[in-house]
Each structure stands twice: as C-alpha cells, then as structure tokens.
Write a protein that binds this ligand. Structure first.
Ligand code: FES
Length: 102
C-alpha cells in the first residue's frame, strides 16, 4: 500500500542542497534543485556511497566516495547504465515535504 510520509521541510532543505533521511526503514536521499524537489534511493551501488552526501551539480549528484554521477530527476547513473536508483513521488503542503512510499 502506498502512503505519503513527511520527510522534511523547505527550511531544512534550501535550494542546492540534499541529504539522506530514513523513512519507514528506507534510506532515501532528497534533493532541492532548480527543477524542484526529488527523492532517490540513497545507496550508490558501487561501494555503499550515500548520495545525500554527494556534491550537487545542476540536476546531477556526484557520489562522494568515487565520483559516480546520478541524474537527480531520473535516478539514472550516468557512469553505468546498468545502475538505476529508484525514484519516489514528492509533494509539498506548505513548507512540509512528503514522499510516497510503499
Ligand atoms: S560508492 Fe558511489 S561512486 Fe563509489
């Protein structure tokens, strides 16, 4: 069953930042970029990097461990097409940010 769960709020996620938050047992990375707010699975498959700690460049996040690049919007790894991180729907209600998870 899908449900909306509060993840954070806009005051805690300024434009150009990201972070990882545990939501109902899932480790999710949330990013606030010019195109909006996006949520991905946090785990970089190369060696357990945390994408929420990565450097944001436009709509790309660069894993802090070994530099793999992920599209923040699509979850696609730009350096290995076989690696795709899950993406999640996001909505805001006032300043509060919610993610839809199963
Ligand atoms: S763990 Fe992400 S690039 Fe190595």
């Amino acid at each position: 069953m899908k449900e909306w769960v509060r993840m954070t709020n806009l005051n805690e996620l300024p434009l150009g930042t990201g972070k990882t938050i545990s939501v109902n047992g899932k480790s999710l990375s949330i990013f606030h970029v010019n195109l909006g707010i996006f949520v991905l699975d946090s785990h970089c498959r190369y060696r357990d990097g945390d994408l929420g700690q990565g450097k944001i460049q436009g709509q790309v996040v660069v894993c802090s461990k070994h530099g793999c690049r992920f599209n923040i919007v699509s979850g696609e790894c730009l350096d290995n097409k076989d690696h795709q991180n899950g993406t999640y729907r996001v909505k805001t209600t006032g300043p509060e940010i919610f993610v839809q998870i199963t």
